[in-house]
Design a protein around this ligand. Structure first.
Ligand SMILES: *Cc1c(COP(=O)(O)O)cnc(C)c1O
Length: 415
């Protein structure tokens, strides 16, 4: 385990979290390099001997140090904006191994992606097909494209993170895909390279993931019969992790399920996981400001807030809360809501947790590596947290804490 107690102190790998808090302050995201490498390794192992690629979904955690680590391990990337492509390039990732997803790519973003030699644009609508073709024509290039197809499979996950049903904004309808591929095939500026899907996030069971791969495979065969040959099949991401007591099937089970659903087809198989690579590799380290005992509820008021980690209020997500010092017998346990200083009732990190901690103690909000820092904001004029990447006993500051002056540096008062 990457986060475990050693001599009574919670550590990230071999680095004690109280040392990290002392050096870098709180709130602070702390990531374990070993955990990221080993999750990536689970994919590589299950994919050994297959023509396959892992394109890490940058939106889960886009810190340059993490992108650089994954690029070094051989990963490609799945991006959803021009900003994410700029990050991938800055971190040493290859445009050619990058897929560009998302329903609302702007002209500037498509232009940037094509100019940099993006590996594939995952087109999500008929008008986007037109836009990509027009920009490619202007640039005198051929645009490598895939269609993101909506396999209409219920991932049975939270409605905000379910993306594979007919009524979502994502992808083109399964029934329309073949017609759109035929249209794309008529445009010389478009080079059809693949097909993709992504049915949703936090899948604990591989069955819907595998079913989606099967649906894509059937479509690929029909396209082939129509003279449209694809080079890759992107089966998406969405593999769940354990936050509380979930028992998601392993990465290997997801991968083997998809590979066997696709059988002996010749296309390269692409996976684009985000959360399953980084989710359990990070914690949010925070200090208790006040222990506030109330009539109806007790509150542990900490220095991290919803602007640092919004998953609990946004998705009703559950994050385990641990004390950094293993509980001392002298501190009495009680049930607390762990809340931040932000002026919203929705500002909580966890509710009704049995904890023993005093003012000044450190808490670790577990499993905060995915959709944590990337969703942070400056609400209430709070500088964004620092980020630290731990490798063994070494801890590297990979994003310094923001300064207050930076929060309004871009603003001007009209004369
Ligand atoms: C968000 C996203 C992913 C990653 O989802 P996870 O649940 O983090 O694995 C993969 N593919 C696409 C197209 C996405 O938008």
């Amino acid at each position: 385990m990457a986060f475990d107690y050693r001599n009574g102190v919670l550590c990230a790998e071999e680095a004690p979290l109280d040392d990290i808090a002392r050096h870098f302050g709180t709130p602070c995201y702390v990531y374990s390099q070993r955990t990221i490498s080993s999750a990536y390794g689970e994919f590589s192992q299950a994919l050994a001997g297959h023509d396959a690629r892992v394109c890490y979904s940058v939106k889960a955690n886009s810190n340059l140090a993490i992108l650089a680590l994954l690029a070094k391990l051989g990963a490609g990337f799945d991006i959803v904006s021009g900003g994410e492509l700029a990050r991938v390039l800055a971190a040493g990732g290859e445009a050619a191994k990058t897929l560009f997803s998302g329903v609302g790519k702007s002209e500037a973003e498509v232009d940037f992606a094509l100019s940099r030699g993006i590996g594939c644009i995952n087109v999500e609508s008929a008008p986007e097909l037109e836009r990509v073709a027009a920009i490619a024509r202007r640039l005198g290039r051929r645009a490598p494209i895939a269609l993101r197809v909506n396999p209409d499979i219920d991932a049975r996950t939270h409605p905000y993170i379910s993306t594979g049903l007919r009524e979502t904004k994502f992808g083109v309808a399964y029934a329309d895909a073949e017609r759109l591929y035929r249209e794309a095939a008529k445009k010389h500026e478009l080079e059809i390279v693949g097909i993709g899907c992504h049915i949703g996030s936090l899948l604990n069971n591989a069955a819907p993931f595998v079913a989606a791969a099967e649906r894509l495979g059937a479509l690929v065969d029909r396209l082939q019969a129509a003279g449209i040959a694809l080079r890759h099949i992107d089966v998406g991401g969405g593999i769940g992790i354990r936050y509380k007591d979930e028992t998601p099937q392993s990465i290997g089970e997801f991968v083997r399920g998809a590979l066997s659903a696709l059988g002996r087809r010749r296309q390269q198989v692409i996976f684009d996981p985000g959360r399953s690579i980084v989710g359990n590799a990070g914690v949010l380290l925070t200090r208790v400001e006040y222990v506030k005992l109330g009539e109806a509820r007790n509150f542990m008021v900490v220095d991290a807030a919803m602007n640092d980690l919004i998953r609990a209020p946004l998705y009703s997500a559950w994050h385990e809360v641990r004390t950094v010092k293993q509980t001392e017998a002298s501190v009495e346990q009680a049930v607390y809501d762990v809340v931040g200083p932000v002026c919203e009732s929705a500002d909580f990190l966890a509710k009704e947790r049995r904890l023993a901690a005093r003012e000044g103690d450190l808490l670790a909000i577990m499993s905060a590596g995915a959709y944590g820092m990337v969703m942070s904001s400056n609400y209430n004029s709070r500088p964004r947290a620092a980020e630290v990447l731990v490798d063994g006993t070494a801890s590297h500051l990979v994003r310094r804490r923001e300064h207050v002056a930076e929060l309004f540096a871009l603003e001007t008062i009209p004369a």
